[in-house]
Write a protein that binds this ligand. Sequence first.
Ligand code: OAD
Length: 258
Amino acid sequence: MTHPQDQSSVVVPEPVVDAARGASRIVVLTGAGMSAESGIATFRDARTGLWKDFDPKDLASPEGWQADSDLVWGWYRWRAELVRRSEPNAGHIALARWQERAHVDIATQNVDDLHERAGATVLSHVHGSLFEPYCSDCGVRAQLDDAAMSEAEADQRVPPPECPVCGGLIRPGAVWFGESLPEDAWAAAEDAVRAADLVLVVGTSGVVYPFAGLPAIARSAGATVVEINPVETEVSDMADYRWRATAAVGLPALVAQL
Ligand code: OAD
């Protein structure tokens, strides 16, 4: 696990500190940028993003699964192994510490488990989890050991395991394009932002809906919205304050000031 470094040189914008100090219900919405400093590629970075080298139609859609389930299963095994070999970064750890002393709900698009491994509780994995595969036919959750979920190359075809209940194919636990979000996860995220007085939007490009609509819902329900991202995004306009920082630098510096 990486540890927070000395944050004394990081200047946290005053309005952000004030909003965080005054908030009693905080929601942190996270995307792939949250885990970037753990070494996990984002999706849309022009040089290193996953969608630069891989086609979401092939790997993250029901049609891709129908066409070549071995390719899809191998790719998700590869991703699960990369996550397993990564560590939570200082931003994940800062959020876990913040949860110890304030009401902080985390709703994430990330299918990794780095928030949890940093000690945080995640209210909602709205795009599912790499570590919760289930049967594509009967829907039962699959209990797979680590060996059945690791050590594949990105383009290696690996036949998915069979469901012990119905014999169907076990599929990855991530939500794919064209699929509905898990209802409970979405409802929890939406309820949380409606009840929040501060919403931090961390490391998402804000292009995938409905998650990308949460900052607007928060804003219209009266929350202060702060974006933490090194660059401008599709949801920047929804933010009351845009802080151009990275997750692993900004979040520990903010939490250290509270
Ligand atoms: P993207 O790859 O679209 O965006 C990542 C964002 O993180 C960008 O805005 C980056 O500027 C920002 N970023 C990069 N490094 C950062 C850092 N160190 N700290 C903070 N921010 C940083 O990823 P998402 O917005 O999460 O869905 O993508 C949304 C969804 O699209 C994913 O959940 C996935 C993907 O296709 C599905 O697969 C259904």
